[in-house]
Design a protein around this ligand. Structure first.
Ligand SMILES: Nc1ncnc2c1ncn2[C@@H]1O[C@H](COP(=O)(O)OP(=O)(O)O)[C@@H](O)[C@H]1O
Ligand SMILES: [Mg+2]
Length: 276
């Protein structure tokens, strides 16, 4: 989006869109929003289920209006969250209405994507937890032809997520975030956020209890706030209730999808060289 002139010079059309896929709670929605603020483009956000739940016939019109507005405000980004509910595999029939509303909305979406003018930069980002049920027509070249896997975070990423969640919170210097990152293998970004929020809640509760012990039910303003801190015990208590929201079985499904995708698109060959 920042370098349309390069695409022109090289003689290709800029990509139209990408699909972010991966387990729930890994930050797909977050990433799309971050991209929007980084690029400074106009940002249009729609939610698949929301579009689909509108009255019959309205969904197509909403999509049409959406793309029209995005073109008018170009350069812009259209973010379609939970796009699987708009574009489920037609043969899969997961909507149970073959030839029905689901099909018409998907067709409208394909029409809009194909019809986008090359001069106006409108970029579509789709996000889904269910890449397996997305209609392959949506993933063809010129549409959402770049698939980007957003996996659950590794240890380094988990540490960053802990730090990012707690960046505004007074955390005791005895709290070892590295150890927390080590112990939370298999946790998603959302799971880690939950751990932090619960620890914060325990710290707040402790302050309130101290306050009550000091003053009875009368809450003195500001008092105690200065020394409020999230301590080791708060994290330990929070970890007791922590849980992984993604099962190993599901994780394997995503990995095997990512692998089969790579296979179907070819691994390429490093053997190829021009004769010198
Ligand atoms: N990589 C991450 N970094 C920081 N926070 C994250 C990350 N992934 C998830 N979260 C937290 O979990 C919440 C849910 O993430 P979300 O983007 O809605 O996940 P998804 O769209 O993949 O299901 C976010 O609002 C954020 O608080
Ligand atoms: Mg999401």
């Amino acid at each position: 989006m920042r370098h349309p002139e390069l695409f022109k010079a090289i003689g290709v059309k800029p990509p139209r869109g990408i699909l972010l896929y991966g387990p729930p709670g890994t930050g797909k929605t977050l990433i799309a929003r971050a991209i929007a603020s980084e690029t400074g483009a106009a940002f249009f956000c729609v939610n698949g289920p929301e579009i689909m739940s509108k009255m019959s016939g309205e969904s197509e019109k909403n999509l049409r209006d959406l793309f029209e507005q995005a073109e008018a405000k170009a350069p812009s980004i259209i973010f379609m969250d939970e796009i699987d509910s708009i574009a489920p595999n037609r043969r899969g029939g997961s909507q149970g209405d073959a030839g029905g509303a689901g099909d018409r909305v998907l067709n409208q979406l394909l029409t809009e994507m194909d019809g986008m003018s090359a001069k106006k930069t409108v970029f579509v980002i789709g996000a889904t937890n269910r890449p397996d049920i997305i209609d392959p027509a949506l993933l063809r070249p010129g549409r959402l032809d770049q698939l980007i896997f957003i996996p659950i975070p590794d240890e380094k990423s988990r540490l960053q997520i802990f730090k990012s969640c707690l960046r505004k919170s007074p955390v005791s210097r005895w709290v070892d975030l590295e150890a927390l990152a080590r112990m939370t293998a298999g946790f998603s970004g959302a799971d880690i956020t939950e751990i932090c929020q619960r620890a914060c809640k325990y710290a707040i509760r402790e302050e309130i209890e101290k306050d009550i012990a000091r003053n009875g039910m009368e809450v003195e303003e500001e008092e105690g706030v200065a020394e409020a801190e999230i301590k080791v015990e708060h994290f330990e208590e929070s970890m007791k209730h922590a849980r992984k929201s993604i099962s190993v079985k599901d994780m394997l499904k995503y990995l095997s999808f990512a692998n089969s995708l790579q296979q179907s698109r070819g691994f390429g060959s490093s053997e190829f060289k021009f004769n010198k």
